[in-house]
Design a protein around this ligand. Structure first.
Ligand code: ADP
Length: 429
């Protein structure tokens, strides 16, 4: 539940930030690109306008062909007034266009106060923005070029509709909007999956810890209950019965202390490396002692415990004897726990040039490949339902912690014919 909330928040944060950045960037780009479009549209209008003005300057007679060419060429509407009266050419225009020009001329006259430049052969022009929106039309760039001639004033109005530009801008905005929506959907999905992937190991860890705490408290409660009941029995017990209760209290107390030690050991695994005290150790003796200690436990379960040692004398190697004994006892405990009655466990030692190998191999239930890596994790137990005393899923993580503090390796493989084999590899020097 807690992780779901964190997941939701993290995903929202991750998606939110990326989406804000994406939107800011695309709006910025859109703005710059629209400015560019407007500018280039205006520049092309200015270029064409200059051509008209040049033509007006040079040509005394405006031909129909030239005008038609200008209009057909593109997006222009042309209207001409010769000495105050509409030019014949204007008759080509539709009634709407005539209306449009009438309005535009009015605006032109209201906007610009044209002083009469009395000098002959002067051409000048005025540009303005003209909107016929109020009459259901479009926006235009407008320009009026006036040519003062000896025989009167000749005026040409050029209207360039902004409709194509606005259409282009609108299409671009729609495209950006669609792309942004797609990107937002993709980013949201991505953040959702991405944050889930990040959180999964944490969640798994948390789950295992919770499970461990539950198991550990359960395990601690049992001996505690025994101790408490023993102490109350002790008060009433006869002198003869006392040792029995005291023994129980002691052994239960030791079990509790072992579990607490394990927990503490793992919580400070980092500093654990410093507590390794290496001394020359005869591994064959160590193995033999361990073998003897486990023999009775194995035979109680009708399991045959075998030992194989090199025939030649074994030179001592540098290691922490107590810690290595702890590893062997974890491995043998496991082997006995996970091997059914009538099984066989082999403890062996081999020497190579640089390495010493200790093998604990059983023909028990074995470990599926998918679990082989996980069994060394803290709190991991392959079979969750197994709640035998002492099985907290800590044994192998302690063992591998100890071996890596020796710069060695703890490996697991299948025993040929079934079961598991754990191999401890220690450096000889
Ligand atoms: P546990 O306290 O559960 O034994 P360990 O860390 O020692 O915890 O082992 C982790 C898991 O690895 C065990 O729960 C068991 O499933 C598996 N395992 C360990 N040793 C053996 C073995 N010899 N044969 C089969 N499974 C094993």
């Amino acid at each position: 539940m807690m992780f779901q909330k964190v997941h939701l928040r993290l995903a929202a944060l991750c998606a939110g930030i990326t989406i804000v950045i994406l939107l800011a960037m695309s709006l910025g780009y859109l703005y710059i690109s629209e400015q560019g479009l407007r500018r280039s549209h205006y520049v092309s209008f200015q270029n064409d306008m200059n051509t008209v003005i040049n033509n007006l300057d040079q040509q005394t007679i405006i031909t129909h062909e030239w005008l038609t060419l200008m209009e057909d060429n593109g997006k222009y509407l042309i209207n001409i007034i010769d000495n105050g009266t509409p030019f014949l050419y204007n008759d080509r225009s539709t009634p709407e266009q005539k209306q449009l020009f009438e309005t535009a001329w009015n605006i032109y006259e209201q906007t610009f106060e044209i002083q009469n430049l009395s000098a002959a052969f002067v051409t000048y022009h005025m540009e303005f923005l003209f909107s016929s929106k109020g009459y259901g039309g479009n926006d235009y760039y407008a320009c009026v070029a006036t040519s003062e001639r000896s025989n009167g004033t000749f005026q040409v109005m050029l209207l360039c509709s902004m409709e194509p530009l606005l259409h282009q801008i609108k299409t671009q905005r729609l495209l950006f909007f669609a792309l942004d929506v797609l990107a937002i959907v993709a980013l949201t999905l991505f953040s959702w999956h991405f944050t889930r992937r990040i959180l999964r190991p944490l969640e798994e860890n948390q789950r295992q810890q919770n499970q461990f705490i539950a198991a550990a408290s359960h395990e601690l409660r049992t001996p505690l209950a025994v101790i408490l009941s023993c102490t109350s029995a002790l008060i009433r017990a006869s002198e003869k019965e006392r040792p029995h209760f005291l023994e129980s209290i002691q052994s239960e107390g030791m079990r509790m202390s072992r579990l607490i030690d394990d927990m503490l050991l793992l919580t400070k695994a980092g500093s654990f490396r410093w507590s390794i005290r290496k001394e020359p150790t005869e591994l064959d003796t160590l193995l033999l002692n361990t073998f003897e200690a486990f023999e009775p436990i194995a035979s109680e379960k009708s399991i045959r415990l075998l030992i194989e040692l090199p025939e030649d004398a074994v030179p001592p190697i540098l290691c922490d004897e107590e810690r290595v004994r702890q590893v062997l006892s974890i491995l043998l405990h496991n082997a006995i726990s996970y091997t059914p009655k009538g099984g066989r466990i082999r403890l062996s030692l081999t020497f190579e040039d640089k390495y010493t190998r200790i093998l604990v191999s059983d023909n028990g239930i074995g470990i599926p490949d998918a679990e082989k890596e996980r069994i060394f994790e803290r709190f991991y137990r392959a079979d969750q339902s197994r709640s035998e005393k002492g099985h907290f899923g800590l044994g192998l993580s302690i063992a591998s912690e100890i071996i890596s503090a020796h710069n060695g390796q703890l490996l697991v493989s299948d025993t040929p014919g079934g079961g598991s084999t754990f191999t401890v590899i220690l450096q000889r020097k």
